[in-house]
Design a protein. Structure first.
Length: 455
């Protein structure tokens, strides 16, 4: 197990002890402090003792916390996988056929083949109330006493149901908070920024711990919330998820999250134009393109004069190839936070309904990101985004080679073509509800994505 934390420079006095040199190292090219294995309290204290540099010490503390979190996750993973392995053993009848390999557009995405799948934590949260309601309808029959006995699988199911409920509550509260913030902005009133910080800090903790339910909620187009409020929360979730993938430390994730949430205050001030149920006139569009400047001025009025905030707010519509606005910046002239927010914003916008169009299915939106991503957002950010969300993102409707219809509910980072799916209907169209991990079902594979209503 390898964990890493971003550190711009290793202090010159920081000489790693001989007994830890095989465990800890510093990658100067990627600017990562890397630790192999689980860091003990004694090892943490020994590493803290070699330098008083504040950033270095924070990185060591972060590595220690993350190693402890990973240790807990691996312990839980044994329970999650035990039931699946038992089922596989009972199902084995000869050699299972191997699923054909499939091509994807982003070079270097497929990892090398392994003899056995990685024993990572598999989280099988259900997407939305619709799936939960359908499962209840299908499973209304009487259960025998044997079925009521606790098993590893039923324990995992209960844990995931609890996680889903907690995520629903948190997501709802976060969107309501966003709506309150934007309402106050429209009315020219001050809002409690500390409440926003607290919500983002909890979001960071949840995503760092591997809680994916909040990501799945961000994938649902729920029109009971206002566009501005849900967009602010969804883009913040996606951005932080990418930041975690890039090994950002907590302070960097907080900065990225706050900017993601507040980046479009200028649009809120222009809501009288944005929310019209028609396409914008040229003059209106030109006015809307000034919203980064309006956001910057508003934040200055709040006393937020952080240079990174200012830079990213002004740049989150710039593009890697120079086709963005307002300054047509290119490549490294654009802050990495701005590139992360840009791809998060693009994906969220494509997959959610807008006044003049319906949202695209997740796999269709992902195809657009694949086609334009490197030119618009750069290779590093596009690859991190695809790695986190997969070729078939959460929420994608797919058809398996058996003819069964399913919905993707979880993605394996190292095996993007073999996600976890919730079966919705058999080959004849009869409703069903069953969770399958395609990573552990080599005889099954996704044949094609399907559009909603064409199943």
């Amino acid at each position: 197990m390898e964990i890493a934390e971003r550190l711009e420079n290793l202090p010159s006095e920081a000489k790693f002890p001989d007994n830890l040199k095989e465990k800890i190292s510093y990658d100067t090219d990627r600017k990562l402090l890397i630790f192999e294995g689980v860091m003990s309290e004694d090892e943490k204290n020994e590493l803290l003792g070699i330098s008083q540099d504040d950033l270095y010490r924070k990185s060591i503390e972060a590595l220690f916390r993350r190693s402890q979190i990973t240790k807990k996750r691996e312990k839980k993973a044994k329970l999650s996988l035990r039931g699946s392995r038992d089922i596989l053993e009972r199902e084995k009848e000869g050699t299972a056929p191997t699923a054909p390999k499939e091509n994807i557009q982003l070079k270097g995405l497929n990892p090398p083949e392994r003899e056995e799948p990685p024993k990572e934590r598999l989280r099988f949260s259900i997407i939305g109330q619709k799936i939960q309601e359908q499962s209840k309808q299908i499973n209304t029959g009487q259960k025998g006493e044997a079925e009521e006995k606790a098993t590893p699988q039923t324990q995992v199911t209960k844990e995931l149901k609890d996680e889903w409920k907690e995520a629903q509550t948190f997501y709802h509260e976060f969107v309501v908070l966003a709506q309150e913030v934007f309402d106050k902005i429209k009315e020219g009133q001050h809002f409690e920024i500390e409440k926003v910080r607290n919500a983002i800090e909890k979001l960071i903790d949840d995503l760092t711990l591997g809680n994916e339910s909040i990501v799945r909620l961000a994938a649902i187009s729920d029109e009971s919330y206002s566009q501005f409020a849900s967009n602010a929360v969804n883009v913040t979730v996606i951005s932080i998820k990418i930041g975690v993938s890039l090994h950002y430390n907590k302070s960097s994730l907080m900065e990225l999250g706050m900017i993601s949430f507040l980046r479009d205050i200028g649009l809120v001030l222009l809501s009288h134009i944005i929310e019209q149920p028609r396409r914008l006139k040229t003059s209106e569009y030109e006015e809307v393109k000034k919203h980064p400047l309006y956001t910057e001025r508003f934040l200055e009025g709040l006393g937020i004069r952080n240079e990174v905030f200012k830079q990213v707010v002004l740049q989150h519509h710039e593009r890697e190839d120079g086709s963005g606005y307002p300054d047509k910046l290119k490549g490294e002239a654009i802050h990495e936070y701005a590139k992360i927010i840009a791809v998060a914003e693009a994906y969220e916008s494509l997959t959610h309904n807008r006044p003049v169009r319906a949202g695209l299915p997740p796999h269709t939106a992902m195809r657009e990101i694949l086609e334009e991503g490197v030119a618009f957002f750069g290779h590093r950010i596009t690859k991190a985004f695809i790695r986190e969300f997969g070729v078939y993102p959460v929420g994608s409707a797919v058809e398996l080679n058996t003819g069964e219809k399913a919905r993707v509910i979880a993605v394996h980072k190292d095996f993007p073509l073999r996600p976890v799916v919730q079966l919705m209907a058999d080959a004849e169209g009869k409703p069903m509800s069953k969770i399958l991990n395609l990573l552990e079902k080599p005889q099954l594979f996704i044949k094609r994505p399907v559009e909603e209503g064409k199943r």
